[in-house]
Design a protein around this ligand. Structure first.
Ligand code: ZN
Length: 467
């Protein structure tokens, strides 16, 4: 790497760091949690105010801005209407504050070189880094082969209606990176299948059953109300109490995200095994619960045959193994249902997974496909990915290989995009620094400045490519 260039970037960062953190603080003060849609504020007043302030900060930095009908906005360097362009994408909406904060979550504080406040890491801080990266390009006066847009979304946390709208009405970037994940770089996301197993028969001994709150999470709590003559003996994991002439069973497991089920214990599984072992269910109910038992026996879709649908030749080691989780059990229209969430590698599909489960459970349940997104993958050898990683290595001195995940981010919506930092889960954090979506959400100032250098250098490298 050109040392002169790196020194110049350092001087730029030194000169602007105070303003940069002040601008992050201004954005944190806007409580941009999704709200009721109103004219001119499709995602609510909070996200709208944050979007307007983000574009205002961009203009203060000398960048041109475009507001895409309040769904998303962008700052640009080079022709803001250029149809072939490079982009970054971040978001200015946040999740609710929740509890456990030591101060006002919407007033940025600083402790020993760390900034603390809702959105400092996810994703207001990274949004400001992108705006300053564009300012560097503009101030440097370097000729640009392609204009660059810093896209600012307003609906990432609740359905990504922002990028959906943008990509339906504006040309997609030639390449785009999203600072809304971990360094070094995420170049693939598993496919996502959501469906249900639905019992074909009415209830018998089970009066009600409830477990889990979201299809994409392993539940930590499941309950059932059952008619039975004698009280079943409780276990360490399942409590039993008498309630209105019924037996109320409560199972406690260990929750977690459906895309990362390792170390979890599905409460529905504990409850269902308890009911089956003690013969508490009616004959027809038991048939369905045995299908649920098979589903939750492991989180890799082994017992229900979903794992076997993956063609390893097609996956070529790009992604880790398939996961399959039953997140919510309940009663609807007098029949039992169990949701299905699978994150699957290349080499299978939602339809194949559902067919395999159908073949295994027979007439115990109907199996639906309610939602299916293919895996998304950008080759680790593409020049764009190589430019990102080379810049990361040059700045940090760390060896860096791309990784893939089971979740869904902004990147999968674009034809050619990756997630690229700025979190460093591999680096130790002080005890007072909280996680994204949690209390005391924190970001290290020095790591942010290092990330800014990576992003500036990456954009310069991408400009050299023939895209
Ligand atoms: Zn985010």
């Amino acid at each position: 790497m050109d040392q002169e260039l790196l020194n110049g970037i350092d001087r730029f960062i030194d000169a602007h760091q105070e303003a940069l953190f002040r601008d992050i603080g201004r954005l944190v003060e806007v409580e941009s949690v999704e709200g009721e849609s109103a004219p001119g504020a499709p995602f609510g007043a909070g996200p709208q105010a944050a979007l307007e302030l983000g574009l205002q900060i961009a203009r203060e930095l000398g960048l041109e801005t475009v507001n895409c009908e309040n769904r998303l906005g962008y700052a640009a360097v080079g022709d803001p209407m250029g149809e072939r362009y490079l982009a970054t994408i971040t978001h200015l909406d946040v999740v609710p504050a929740g509890t456990g904060w030591k101060g006002d979550p919407f007033r940025m504080r600083e402790e020993d070189g760390w900034i603390i406040g809702r959105g400092v890491m996810d994703d207001k801080g990274p949004s400001v880094l992108c705006l300053y990266a564009l300012k560097y390009l503009k101030d440097s006066g370097l000729p640009l082969k392609l204009p660059v847009r810093a896209l600012l979304g307003a609906n990432e946390e609740n359905g990504m209606g922002d990028v959906e709208y943008y990509l339906a009405h504006y040309p997609a970037p030639v390449f785009c990176f999203s600072p809304d994940a971990n360094f070094p770089l995420c170049n693939g996301e598993k496919g996502i299948y959501h469906g249900r197993m639905i019992s074909k028969v009415p209830l018998e001994n089970i009066v009600d059953i409830k477990g889990g709150t979201a299809a994409n999470a392993v539940p930590s709590l499941a309950e059932a109300w059952i008619r039975a003559e004698k009280a079943p003996a409780p276990t360490a994991e399942v409590e039993v109490e008498a309630q209105d002439g019924l037996w109320h069973l409560t199972a406690h497991g260990i929750g977690g995200h459906a895309s990362l089920p390792e170390g979890t214990k599905n409460a529905i599984s504990l409850l269902v095994e308890f009911i089956l072992d003690r013969g508490l269910a009616g004959e027809r109910e038991a048939k369905f619960l045995r299908a649920v038992s098979l589903l939750n026996r492991d989180t890799a879709g082994e017992a229900v045959g979903a794992a076997a649908t993956v063609d390893p030749e097609q996956n070529k080691g790009r992604f880790g193994p398939l996961t399959l989780v039953g997140g919510v059990i309940g009663v609807e229209n007098g029949r039992l249902f169990q949701t299905l969430d699978s994150r699957y590698p290349t080499g299978t599909s939602g339809a194949k997974i559902a067919a395999a489960i159908r073949a295994k459970v027979g007439d115990a349940a109907e199996v639906t496909v309610d939602h299916d997104e293919e895996p998304f993958y950008v080759s680790a050898d593409s020049p764009e990915v190589r430019a990102c990683l080379a810049s990361y290595r040059a700045v940090t001195g760390e060896d860096a290989e791309p990784y893939t995940i089971g979740g869904g981010t902004y990147a999968r919506h674009f034809p050619n995009a990756v997630s690229f930092g700025p979190e460093h889960p591999e680096r130790p954090m002080p005890a007072y620094a909280g996680p994204i979506h949690g209390a005391e959400e924190a970001a290290c100032k020095a790591w942010f400045l290092e990330a800014l250098k990576v992003y500036i250098l990456t954009l310069l490298e991408l400009e050299k490519l023939d895209l």
